[in-house]
Design a protein around this ligand. Sequence first.
Ligand code: SAM
Length: 280
Amino acid sequence: MSAIDDLPPLRTVIAEHQLSARKSLGQNFLLDLNLTAKIARQAGDLTGCDVLEVGPGPGGLTRGLLAEGARRVLAVEKDARCLPALAEIAAKYPDRLDVINADALDLNPLAHLTPPIRIVSNLPYNVGTELLTRWLDPPEWPPFWSSLTLMFQKEVAQRITAAPGSKAYGRFAILSQWRTDARIVMELPPEAFTPPPKIHSAVVHLQALDAPRFPACSKTLFRITAAGFNQRRKMLRASLKGTAPDIEDRLLAAGIKPTQRAEELSLEQFCALAREIDKT
Ligand code: SAM
C-alpha cells in the first residue's frame, strides 16, 4: 500500500512490469506519491474537472491526480509497456481513468474530454515545448483548457515566466504571458526522479485569461517575436526587416525606437507593433 492510495508502491509496479526507463522517450519517473499529489494540487481544484495527462508512464502523477479528486483523467502514453500498470490504476478508480496508447502529437484530445479541462503533465523533454506551443496557440481563444500545470526543464520554465530585459526573455515569454498568467510553482532537483536527469526541473502553472492582455493578431505577434528574438543582439530595424517593407515607420508609429532590441520591448509594445504592421 502507498501513501495516497491502496495500490502498490511505484518501485514495486516498475519492477513487476519491467519498466526500465528509456532515454529516447524522456523517461524520468517520479516515484514519491506525496510529491506527485503535491504537483496535482498545484493545478487547483480538480473535482469537477477532466484532466489531460501526457506521458503517465507507470502512473505516479496519474495516481496523484485521481487521489486529489479529478473527475476524469485522460492519460496519453506512447510506451505500450506502461499499459498494464495503468490498467491496474483504472481498475481501482472505476470510470475515472481512460488510457490511450498514442503519440500525444498525433492525438486530438478534445474528442475524449468534457469541459472544464485542465492539463497536468510531467512532460517528456523531447515533445514538451512543441506541445506547449500548440496549447498556447489554438485556433480560438479562450482555449479548450482552463489551465496548464506542466513540469519542464528549469531553463524552459524560466523562459516561460521571464520578464523583459532578462536573459531568458524571448518568444516563449510573449507566447505565454500574452494570454495566460504564468508562474513557477515548484522546483525539483534531479534526485526527485528515477533515473535522475542531468538537469533541474520546475513546474509552471499557466492560467488561461478570458481574453488576451492586449489586442493583436496572434500570427503577426508570433511572426515578429520569432524574427526579433532569432537575432536578439540586432537592432529591431535589422531583425524585423523582413516583416514589413516600411518597418522603421511602423516601429516609430508604435512608439518604438528602431535602434531598440527585441529583448527590451514589453509585451504591450510587441502587441502595439503587431497592430501597426496589420494596418493597411
Ligand atoms: N508521468 C510520469 C512520471 O511523472 O513519473 C512519467 C513522466 S516521463 C518524464 C515522460 C513520459 O512521457 C514517459 O512515460 C514517456 O513514455 C511518455 N512519452 C514520451 N513521448 C511521448 C509522446 N510523444 N506522447 C505520449 N507520451 C510520451
